[in-house]
Design a protein around this ligand. Structure first.
Ligand SMILES: *[C@@H]1O[C@H](CO)[C@@H](O)[C@H](O)[C@H]1NC(C)=O
Ligand SMILES: *[C@@H]1O[C@H](CO)[C@@H](O)[C@H](O)[C@H]1NC(C)=O
Length: 312
């Protein structure tokens, strides 16, 4: 009986002792995170211990890994800096720093994710640009030196229509782009530059190219005036800023009575192109098939019928 009592007492005592030991954990100093963590241009990781830190900091542990990989390097340093001069340029790294107190307790981590800058010798000049026509569109392809391609975070393409002098700006992360919606037969300037950031990058490379030709649309009838022996029409041709290929002539086919052609000399005003048909018979019905032609060929015709006025 007496032995049982004393072993219960021992159990109670050891419980109290355990609680005391555990309670003492609170007296180990756990540091907070560091501040101002950054990677300098020269590849040194630096940080500061905040003024409000109450623990005595004995050292820091630093872990370095390439984003998206499992590879990790860990360092222990006593000063708030670490020279990482051997980092690969233009690679996204994750850095984590923890403070370790003199009680050997590691605090919570401060982390940054940053891309290492390109070195001064990085060459982001394009090696080539080629232009491949794909139907009415074109495909631009380019490259930069393999050693620096990872420094080309994106490419900036500027497309200038040399007739209207308007520019479009496109950014891409790939080394090719299909450009659609070019105005046929219009000369363009394409400029491509490899960029590391929006400001930093290689010089622009420029190529000129005339957009592929395309057929023009069928003529339209804008207005007409009937006479006894004549017919005055205003024909609408496709606007020059929609299709820059010159239209050679407007063809009027009223066979078997007559056929006629009207050369188009001013392309800029061709959307209202007047033609005058004379030597017709009064009160006669004429069926006209009106088409236009350019380098691509002849359009399908606009079909119209007119009756000339009676003579009195
Ligand atoms: C940079 O790259 C371009 C394209 O490959 C090359 O023509 C040029 O010589 C290079 N410049 C230097 C300084 O290496
Ligand atoms: C198209 O226009 C050209 C230039 O005027 C002309 O020589 C040619 O015969 C025309 N083609 C057709 C099919 O009418």
């Amino acid at each position: 009986m007496g032995q049982q009592k004393s072993s219960i007492l021992a159990l109670i005592l050891s419980c109290i002792f355990f609680i005391l030991i555990n309670g003492q954990d609170n007296e180990y100093c756990e540091p907070g995170p560091v501040e101002n963590l950054q990677l300098t241009e020269s590849g040194t990781l630096t940080w500061d211990t905040p003024d409000s830190e109450s623990c005595e900091i004995a050292q820091y542990t630093v872990s370095v890994s390439i984003s998206g990989t499992d590879e990790q390097r860990t360092y222990t340093v006593t000063e708030p800096l670490l020279d990482l001069g051997d980092l690969t340029p233009c690679v996204r790294y994750d850095f984590q720093v923890r403070q370790v107190s003199s009680d050997n307790v590691a605090g919570s981590a401060a982390a940054i994710h940053t891309i290492t800058p390109p070195p001064p010798e990085a060459n982001l000049t394009l090696q080539h640009i080629t232009i491949v026509p794909v139907g009415r569109n074109i495909r631009l392809e380019w490259s930069v030196n393999d050693d620096w391609v990872q420094c080309a975070e994106r490419y900036r393409l500027v497309i200038v229509n040399e007739v209207t002098n308007t520019a479009a700006d496109v950014y891409t992360t790939t080394t090719a782009m299909t450009v659609i919606g070019l105005v046929p037969c219009v000369p363009y300037t394409f400029t491509v530059a490899a960029l590391f950031t929006l400001e930093e990058g290689g010089p622009p490379t420029l190529v000129r190219h005339v957009a592929p030709a395309a057929e023009t649309s069928s003529p339209t009838l804008e207005s007409f005036t009937l006479g006894t022996r004549s017919l005055d029409l205003v024909i609408g041709l496709e606007r020059f800023n929609i299709n820059g290929c010159p239209i050679y002539e407007v063809l009027v086919d009223a066979s078997p009575t007559f056929t006629a052609s009207y050369p188009v000399s001013d392309q800029s005003t061709r959307m209202s192109f007047p033609i005058s048909i004379t030597d017709l018979q009064p009160a006669n019905l004429y069926y006209l098939r009106i088409s236009a032609n350019n380098t691509f060929g002849v359009t399908s015709p606009l079909q119209v019928a007119f009756q000339t006025l009676e003579s009195n």
